[in-house]
Design a binder for this molecule. Structure first.
Ligand SMILES: Nc1ncnc2c1ncn2[C@@H]1O[C@H](COP(=O)(O)OP(=O)(O)O)[C@@H](O)[C@H]1O
Ligand SMILES: [Mg+2]
Length: 237
């Protein structure tokens, strides 16, 4: 069973499986397979930093999947998405936090989120679009498909690109940037090369094959190398 989520810009659909309901980002959406790679790598790194992200599962869609939604556009999208897609466990009754709830979040948590978004160059967490949900009284991070923007232009990436500074002035927690400065060094030290390698190893080859390298292994190595260099650059700050 399949239903469209109305609020999202990446046209996620809710897929009901025997294992539960999953907000599913489709490989055939405008954002494409690269955004699915970003979703996985960033979610894995977030968890290494102690942040909560909904559980991920790979969702295989057949070419003749049935939908509850009588919508031609959706039917096209589903047709383009035959194969491996990315599901996030549905957080029942999750809601966007109120401003006073955001203000009450402790410095340590806020610094982790800022550090994550700085490391993966995520510009998609703003006051207008927090991409943060409250569920079971805990903040959960969602929607990392726009992170890792460098992977849209591998041809422009050189040895210095990973060190490019990021403008966090539009960030959801921009008013709390001093807490990032206080926590950046210990957070950067807490992430190991192994953690980066593990995060990149979680992406299925079916997604890496969209990168355009001659093998999935090369694509994975390129992401790991970029993120490791960026982490080293942040460690130097
Ligand atoms: N795991 C989830 N559980 C419950 N609701 C979710 C979940 N993931 C996303 N949503 C809801 O769907 C909306 C769109 O999802 P999001 O990942 O932000 O996609 P988009 O790229 O389209 O903005 C979110 O703002 C949120 O309200
Ligand atoms: Mg969103």
């Amino acid at each position: 069973m399949l239903q469209r989520l109305r609020s999202g810009s990446s046209s996620p659909v809710v897929v009901a499986t025997k294992g539960g309901r999953f907000v599913t980002k489709l490989r055939g959406s405008g954002q494409g397979v690269l955004s699915l790679i970003a979703e996985i790598i960033v979610a894995e790194i977030a968890e290494h930093l102690g942040l909560a992200v909904p559980e991920r599962v790979l969702i295989e869609l057949p070419s003749d999947v049935e939908s509850d939604d009588e919508n031609d556009e959706l039917a096209d999208l589903l047709r383009f998405s035959a194969g491996t897609n990315l599901g996030f466990r549905w957080l029942d009754d999750a809601r966007t936090p109120r401003p006073e709830e955001l203000r009450a979040l402790d410095d340590e948590f806020v610094a982790r989120v800022l550090f994550l978004d700085e490391l993966v160059t995520n510009l998609d967490r703003s006051p207008q679009n927090p991409n943060l949900l409250f569920w079971k009284r805990q903040p959960w991070l969602i929607d990392h498909g726009a992170a890792l923007p460098f992977h849209h232009h591998w041809d422009l990436v050189d040895h210095d690109t990973p060190g490019d500074p990021m403008d966090l002035s539009g960030h959801l927690f921009a008013d709390r940037l001093p807490s990032l400065d206080r926590h950046r060094a210990p957070l950067a030290a807490s992430l190991t090369r192994d953690a980066i390698e593990q995060a990149t190893a979680t992406v299925p080859d079916a997604f890496y094959s969209a990168v355009g390298t001659d093998s999935a292994l090369r694509a994975r190595a390129a992401y790991a190398a970029f993120l490791w260099l960026r982490l080293e650059a942040l460690r130097g700050q």
